[in-house]
Design a protein around this ligand. Structure first.
Ligand SMILES: [Fe+2]
Length: 301
């Protein structure tokens, strides 16, 4: 199984999916040759945890580009050096610890709800890579990232619920975080034009997996279902959120400095576990691999 590098150690994580890869430097020369094998691991396990990395922003971008095109973020002002990296941080670009009520911290609270990155795009992202720069001490509560396998969530819906969601779409939009946290500043007209609302099928059909189905929706980029009145749509959405939260197919990653975690946005949702933002600093750097095609549903041509 292990042929990416003779020293690399690949091991299952303590959950239903995901693998840990130790003693493997993603910035080393020749990593490009390992991508086909890493892609196999990624398709099979959905989450890759590369331990003990020491990556500059440039090195993280270079590794990310080996997987596909980089995706830009819609709001340039939340990034440090580039529109292709996003700092998931309660720390300013200058290194100051920000209070939990600071706008940048409140943005992190949007990430504490189940979501898949950039679902607000017509072509949502393929994968995200998150690199740990500052992490919570071992004794602190929270700060982990949790993942849920949406193939399993779909599979475990009742037949009645599967039939009910078969033809439905959810509306996804970037601004929805502002409805949850109205204290956040409004997005400007350029950004609004750049990321207008989109709808995606609730049931995602994966052609690269012989038509397997997963549930595709988020808690933080919308709550409305096309074709349903507001309250019925909200109530269905709440049921699906409960199905995700109650899933046994969960992986909780406790961050160590130097972890680089890569996950599949096509078939997982994730969220950050809340932590005491006033007492602890947390800085993670994300890059994103763009998707290649729109989300296909059971009735997509
Ligand atoms: Fe995220």
């Amino acid at each position: 199984m292990n042929n990416i590098n003779k020293n690399a150690l690949i091991g299952d994580l303590n959950g239903a999916f995901g693998v840990s890869i130790d003693k493997y430097d993603v910035s080393r020369a020749g990593v490009r040759d390992d991508i086909p094998r890493l892609k196999q691991l990624f398709d099979q396990h959905h989450v890759l945890v590369f331990k003990n990395q020491n990556l500059s922003e440039k090195q993280q971008i270079e590794f990310t580009k080996l997987w596909g095109s980089l995706e830009n973020f819609p709001e340039a002002d939340k990034t440090k050096d580039s529109v292709t990296t996003y700092h998931v941080a309660n720390v300013s670009a200058a290194g100051d610890h920000l209070s939990e009520n600071h706008t940048q911290s409140v943005f992190q609270k949007v990430n504490q709800l189940w979501h898949t990155d950039s679902s607000y795009r017509f072509i949502p992202s393929f994968a995200s890579l998150l690199y740990a720069i500052e992490v919570l001490p071992n004794h602190a509560l929270g700060g982990e990232t949790e993942f849920v396998d949406m193939f399993s969530v779909y599979k475990n819906l009742s037949d009645e619920k599967k039939a009910a969601v078969e033809s439905l779409h959810m509306v996804h939009y970037y601004e929805y975080g502002r409805r949850i946290f109205p204290q956040l500043p409004a997005i400007n007209s350029f950004e609004r034009e750049n990321v207008p609302p989109v709808s995606h099928p609730l049931v995602r059909v994966h052609q690269n997996r012989k038509g397997s189905r997963s549930l595709f929706f988020t808690e933080n980029a919308g709550g409305e279902v096309s074709g349903m009145d507001h309250s019925s749509g909200k109530s269905l959405h709440a049921e699906l959120v409960a199905a995700v939260s109650g899933s046994h197919y969960k992986l909780k990653h406790r961050w160590s400095k130097g972890d680089l975690v890569m996950w599949d946005n096509r078939c997982l949702v994730h969220r950050a576990v809340p932590y005491d933002m006033n007492n602890y600093r947390r800085v993670l750097r994300r890059t994103t691999v763009a998707g290649k095609e729109p989300v296909r549903g059971p009735f997509s041509s």
